[in-house]
Design a protein around this ligand. Structure first.
Ligand code: NIG
Ligand code: FE
Length: 389
């Protein structure tokens, strides 16, 4: 592997306060060397060791690659008409998930793979170097397993979401469906290499008892736990996530004071998905209250064809700053280190010596421009696992 030296970095965001100024650990006029897929050296250009290749950042900002810790990329079809109806006043209920299940089951592997590749490529061009990918539109043993196998072609961070909703054929016997998820479907998900298990704990999807049963079986089988929690109502999802020491409680849109305190006192990350509130015209999650209470916050896209059809982490950062009262620094941290924490990873989401060589360069002098220039494709260069993309 060729080593890479990046010089003339106007603002290097290390995302580690031990490595520079402020919460983002910013270093100015910096240089950085990546060797053998890791950050090997950070310092002033004049002191830089020799490297095989050299990139002049021209005074631009360099950040850790974004960590998108919540995405549903394995699906077929789109639901643009459902989006249009919502913008005309219809509420979002999650009922459209079954539409996507029908289209996904009917698609061949190659169609699903092509769709994931297209979306993963879109995200990468915007600076996302790690992306979690969930199943959840198969909802039978065969289609959940193939969704996870296809997801595994793109990431090691794959999540079994057989408990997304109860599929139509089990509508009048949800207990039987939970039995299927906990038994043969989970076995197939493990064989397909799923690292995580997730449940949509919500009215109309899975209640606390069913969610606990499924997540516990998954955890006993060695999977890490994450929960779709408190998206549509102030339900039991967040408390369940904390009870089970989940890596992440995702959405967190409707939280009680007790939910906020529980998250703040736990190792469970609050993963906020403002693309979903944007695309369902819903109130945004209480990011300020979570941060002020001391909770660890992550930002992710929730990319899916129903509630949030975006792959853009910069868009989510802009929403978090404009709509959720997060500072630009908090939002960037949540999109990098926060996402890494939500995946219980210490090797990504930061640019410090020893971290994975994942970074992005902006056509801008500062991370502030990510929120200051919304909708502008600012990412010019991406390095993924030590290699220029
Ligand atoms: O995270 N809430 C559940 N799952 C997705 C939405 C899925 C869909 O509408 O297709 C979410 O928002
Ligand atoms: Fe989701």
């Amino acid at each position: 592997m060729r080593s890479l030296l990046i010089t003339n970095i106007g603002e290097l965001v290390t995302a580690d306060p031990a490595w520079g100024e402020g919460s983002l650990g910013i270093r100015r006029n910096a240089a950085l060397v990546i060797d053998d897929r890791r950050v090997e050296w950070i310092g002033r250009a004049a002191d830089a060791p020799a490297a095989d290749a050299r990139v002049d950042a021209g005074g631009a900002a360099v950040l850790p690659g974004f960590v998108d810790s919540h995405a549903h990329l394995v699906f077929a079809g789109d639901r643009a008409a459902e989006f249009a109806a919502r913008m005309a006043g219809q509420p979002y209920t999650g009922g459209g998930i079954r539409t996507t299940v029908g289209a996904t089951r009917a698609a061949c592997d190659e169609q699903l793979r092509t769709n994931v590749a297209r979306l993963r490529g879109e995200a990468l061009r915007q600076g996302t170097t790690t992306m979690e990918i969930k199943s959840g539109y198969g909802l039978n043993v065969t289609d959940e397993a193939r969704s996870l196998r296809i997801a595994r072609e793109f990431t090691t961070e794959t999540t079994f979401l057989g408990a997304h909703v109860v599929p139509a054929e089990y509508a009048d016997r949800p207990d039987d469906y939970v039995g299927l998820v906990c038994g043969p479907m989970l076995t197939a998900a493990r064989s397909a290499g799923a690292r995580w298990i997730d449940v949509f704990c919500e009215r109309g999807a899975f209640d606390a008892d069913h969610s606990r049963a499924i997540l516990t079986v998954g955890a006993d089988a060695g999977m890490g736990v994450r929960v779709h929690a408190n998206q549509l109502t102030e339900g039991p999802g967040v408390r369940l996530a904390v009870e089970l020491n989940a890596a992440s409680a995702d959405h967190c849109t409707h939280l009680s004071r007790a939910d906020i305190d529980a998250l703040a006192g736990s190792a469970t990350v609050a993963t906020l998905l403002p693309g979903a509130e944007f695309s369902t015209r819903s109130p945004y999650p209480p990011a300020r209250a979570l941060l002020d209470a001391g909770a660890t916050v992550a930002l992710a896209t929730d990319c899916n064809p129903g509630s949030s059809f975006t792959t853009s982490m910069p868009f989510c950062i802009a929403l978090a700053v404009r709509e959720m009262a997060m500072t630009p620094a908090e939002a960037v941290l949540a999109a990098t280190r926060g996402g890494a924490a939500a995946l219980r990873r210490g090797d990504i989401g930061r640019l410090t010596v020893g971290a994975r060589g994942d970074l992005l360069m902006l056509d801008a002098p500062s991370h502030l421009h990510l929120a200051y220039r919304p909708g502008v494709p600012l990412t010019t260069t991406v390095v993924l696992n030590g290699e220029l993309v």
